[in-house]
Design a protein around this ligand. Structure first.
Ligand code: ZN
Ligand code: MN
Length: 139
């Protein structure tokens, strides 16, 4: 999906500016689940004319178009994932690192709890401590 936006040819509602392409390039294949601030900090180095507003607006457009997934796992800031396939996430509560969980985890919602909804998906957020932070604590 991101690829389609990067390649030539018109995509309705998506104007390819050099700034936007720089953001797409940075997101393509990125598995670090960066925040808007983190994306800005990296892309502004190569593109000094980049503003935070451009990053923020581009992320918004990408999320709306379905090319980018917005994660709410981090209570401090939204995180972004170019991998829009169905998967879960796990976050280190010490350093904020977010990793993918691709395991298929069957979740069965009892009918009584589903009420008048027909369930179309679920996303599990795991929290813990990464090995790096655990080692640091032990000294
Ligand atoms: Zn950690
Ligand atoms: Mn992910």
């Amino acid at each position: 999906m991101l690829n389609k936006l990067r390649q030539k040819g018109p995509v309705p509602g998506f104007k390819r500016t050099p700034q936007r392409l720089a953001i797409l390039d940075h997101l393509q294949g990125n598995t670090s689940h960066p925040s808007a601030e983190e994306i800005y900090r990296v892309v502004v180095k190569k593109n000094p004319s980049m503003s935070f507003a451009t990053v923020y607006n581009t992320l918004h457009v990408l999320v709306k178009s379905g090319a980018l997934r917005e994660l709410t796992i981090d209570p401090d800031r939204k995180r972004y994932d170019p991998n829009t396939s169905d998967h879960h996430h796990m976050m280190c509560t010490d350093c904020g690192k977010v990793v993918d969980v691709f395991a298929h985890i069957p979740v069965a919602l009892p009918e009584a709890d589903a009420k008048d909804f027909s369930v179309t998906g679920s996303h599990i957020q795991f929290y813990g401590e990464c090995i790096h932070c655990r080692k640091k604590q032990r000294g």
